[in-house]
Design a binder for this molecule. Structure first.
Ligand code: ZN
Length: 182
């Protein structure tokens, strides 16, 4: 299994106010190592939606910096449904890492925006409750605060995505230094 070092992604989220996005590709020199590739940066708009342009790839990532929402947007989820090329989309936020994995090997119907908005409703409230340094110092464990909301969100979303796509979440506190992707 191939792995990627998460410390760079952590730094982007907490130390860069711009969104960073790009591809994750196999390292040319080290087998089983994944590296960031074709990085670009983009401005975040008022709703936390970012306009960072990225080429499709099997594995893509983007950050939601501190000033953006800490969970996937409607576009983030439906992009994986619509684009055949994408197998993994990593969304790196102040709470931790979201992984959207396409399980089905085909294009999938996109979810209704209302379904997603409803599922994310309670997450939005939680986003604004804490400041950057509290998360940065890892003095706050998301498990104490947003576990219920994140759990409910994942249940709802994964039920609607019906096994075609799976969404996972790992908080910074519970992440190892690396993660593995097929
Ligand atoms: Zn996003």
């Amino acid at each position: 299994m191939d792995h990627i070092d998460l410390s760079v992604l952590y730094d982007y989220v907490f130390n860069d106010d711009m969104e960073v996005c790009g591809q994750i590709v196999r390292s040319a020199d080290e087998p089983h190592k994944l590296v960031l590739h074709k990085l670009t940066r983009g401005q975040i708009d008022g709703t936390g939606r970012a306009l960072c342009i990225q080429d499709d790839s099997k594995r893509i990532f983007h950050t939601h910096p501190y000033n953006a929402y800490a969970y996937p947007s409607v576009e983030d989820i439906n992009k994986v449904s619509k684009r055949n090329t994408i197998k993994y989309s990593l969304i790196v936020t102040i709470w931790g890492l979201w992984i959207i994995e396409k399980i089905a090997d085909r294009t999938i119907n996109v979810l209704n925006d209302e379904v997603i908005d409803h599922a994310t409703n309670r997450l939005g409230y939680q986003t604004k409750r804490f400041n950057r340094s509290e998360f940065q110092s890892k003095s706050i464990d998301y498990n104490d605060i947003v576990r219920y909301e994140v759990g409910a969100y994942l249940d709802t979303m994964n039920r609607h995505l019906a096994g075609n796509i799976m969404i996972y979440f790992k908080s910074w506190k519970h992440l190892d230094k690396e993660i593995y992707l097929k």
